[in-house]
Design a protein around this ligand. Structure first.
Ligand SMILES: [Zn+2]
Ligand SMILES: [Zn+2]
Length: 153
């Protein structure tokens, strides 16, 4: 817990109890959880923490550059501890975000043309190796609505 307080302090964030708990959860669970996942995960240690508190906490951590938010249209925002600058691969079949390395060193870009850069997110979409080989296609598909038309003529 000590090192989490250090991380927060070095980013000029007051290490309140819920900030420590949320950051700790993200550091220990690099599965790109949703707010709901974090809420469930923290329930044993913080049964009274609200969804709104988690949102606010994530916002503070994100503003400080400690947390990345990953958005994919049609699904919930996922959160990730920025343990180092890393890119993400989003699998369109199982909906997982996978940490990947890129050879492009664009993470330290501070300006692009006349525009100033606050944050660099590198993001790839496609089909992951597991799905491509048929290993785990239906695992995280549980909340996906099946509304494929499929009536081409
Ligand atoms: Zn996949
Ligand atoms: Zn990640």
């Amino acid at each position: 817990m000590e090192y989490i307080i250090k991380i927060l302090s070095s980013h000029k964030i007051r290490p309140s109890h819920h900030r420590i708990c949320v950051l700790k959860y993200l550091i220990q669970n690099k599965t790109h959880p949703t707010v709901e996942d974090i809420l469930t995960g923290l329930a044993p240690v913080m049964p009274t923490i609200s969804r709104a508190t988690i949102y606010n906490t994530l916002h503070v951590l994100q503003e400080a550059g400690l947390v990345m938010a990953l958005h994919e249209s049609g699904s919930e925002t996922r959160f990730d501890y920025r343990y180092r600058n890393h890119a993400h691969f989003y699998c369109i079949q199982c909906g997982r975000y996978i940490d990947v390395n890129t050879e492009y060193d664009c993470f330290n870009t501070r300006a692009i043309g006349p525009h100033s850069v606050n944050e660099v997110l590198v993001y790839f979409r496609g089909v992951c190796a597991d799905c491509a080989s048929g290993k785990k296609s239906e695992k995280t598909n549980k909340d996906k609505k099946t509304k494929k038309g499929g009536s081409e003529s």
